[in-house]
Design a protein around this ligand. Sequence first.
Ligand SMILES: Nc1nc2c(c(=O)[nH]1)N[C@H]1C(S)=C(S)[C@@H](COP(=O)(O)O)O[C@H]1N2
Ligand SMILES: [Mo]
Length: 580
Amino acid sequence: MLLHGTLRLLPRPRRIYLSNIYKLSTNQSTCKESSGYKQNDFKKTRTSNYKHIGIGFGLVVGFASLVAINRKLSLVNKESKKLDKCNKKYTRKEVSKHNTLENGVWVIYQGKVYDITDFVERHPGGSGAIMMGAGGDVSPFWETYVFHKKPEVQNLLETYLIGELDESATDSISESSQDPYATDPKRSPHLIVLSDKPFNAETPAKLLIENQITPTEIFFVRNHLPVPEVDIEDYKLEICIGSDGDEDNLEMIAEYTYEELKSLFKPHTVESIIQCSGNRRKELKKVREIKGLDWGIGAFGNAKWTGVRLIDILDRHNVNEASSKFKHLQMGGLDCDMSGKCYSASISSDIAFDAKSEVLLAYEMNGEPLTRDHGFPIRLIAPGVTGARNVKWLSKLILSNEESTGHWQRNDYKSFSPSVDMFTVDYSKSISIQEMPVQSAICDPQSGDKLRISSGKIDEANKEAILSIPVNGYAWSGGGKLILRVDVSIDNGATWQTASLEQEPDFDKRNKTWHWTRWKTNIELPVEEFIERKKDKVEICCRAVDSAYNSQPERAETIWNVRGVVNNCWHRVELYVEVD
Ligand SMILES: Nc1nc2c(c(=O)[nH]1)N[C@H]1C(S)=C(S)[C@@H](COP(=O)(O)O)O[C@H]1N2
Ligand SMILES: [Mo]
């Protein structure tokens, strides 16, 4: 006999995490000289010691790291002349002119003006998002990344103080024009927001599993910078050859407008997953701290992408032997920071240039033009490859023998041994993530859901009843590998039951399956154990097997890595059982 459990949704906690590792060594508040900072003074402090600190990116890591390097900088600050300029006043207009490295980088915080040029210059993760606040008020950022309010970060900022904001001046610039994220698009309220600026949000697991094709509005968004505003009339995609990867040494072989891309080539559609390398980082964070967004299982989505095959374009320009001539395809995006650095990444030539490659320059997602958050007007789709290489707002392709030199290619999106930490990590020692390992997760029920059993319905006759709970989830593997099987267990892997797959495995497509495979099963719980209060919780776990017979590791501890990427351990959900 079957009893019915009721599942109730519990609110999901959100948190922004900051390491406590960095401690401020001195707290010295002096007014530094604002003009003519001497670059040479600092050269000596730019040592390789810093490379270990540069994990992560942007303001979050920026100011945390800033605290870490403070000891050296404060020495330098001591050397700078203590001019009595603390009560010097600057207008917003004056401050706004200091938004580049050449002119100096000034910011306003709580009515005071700071010259942080020295810091930007040696920002371990690159200047990146820290330049977003340049020339303006950093409060909006600090509201998002609340850890900046910690005293050690604020004390360190004081060492860059150059004066006060002159609010009486009439040249005030509106706050919104200061905020580079002000023109970001509106988003669905269903998304679970992990950070506003830049915008990062995941799809709630139960919504995710409802459709084979993830609706665009609830498809997860992973942005590193503000969303660029692209005028379609001005848009051009450049394709260049640059064997040594040197930006100044490129030979342009083609340039296409949006309309040309759509009209000159045959459209091609692929149904492909995008999965962020950081998907499921949250579980790794429970093992040990990691800097980075707290992704659950929803940095994952399955869409239909339509566009031009890269190899069709290369054929037109007779570079169809690209695979033997070049090692990498570099891709540049239109999302840039105020120092002019733009998002970039690369994929390897076998993925990009193979005669059967389905790498696309996509202009449609789910039958509609791309939305701004997902890369309008053109994005690269590299099926089977990690999300970070699916470059949005694509502006440039370079056929090269070098990997992209961008931060996200060289100093992020790599994995390491669990024994490597933020002080010992050497990014040059690991390769950039391309294909992702086999993955699966339970989407419904979710951890924290409650099952209610009404004991009134239990009597001697049905004491041996079981509670049958439907379980749904997704599975997928990188490099186009097929999902062969998904196993589900309620006894931590001692016994398994095999789930039914939505699509039967198609052996002919075993290295070309880009989409996910949804699966479902019913798990059966013996009611008696709960009635007698031997148990009030149950853990369900799953793991998938792909067509190379690869499977998922059991425990998160064994694959913990300093960036919290490529987590594919058995996925577990814990349900509470209540007996009335
Ligand atoms: N230009 C550009 N492309 C980008 C990014 C970005 O910040 N800028 N983020 C990358 C990352 S890390 C991921 S996971 C995917 C996310 O794609 P989505 O936002 O459409 O889900 O886009 C990738 N492409
Ligand atoms: Mo990502």
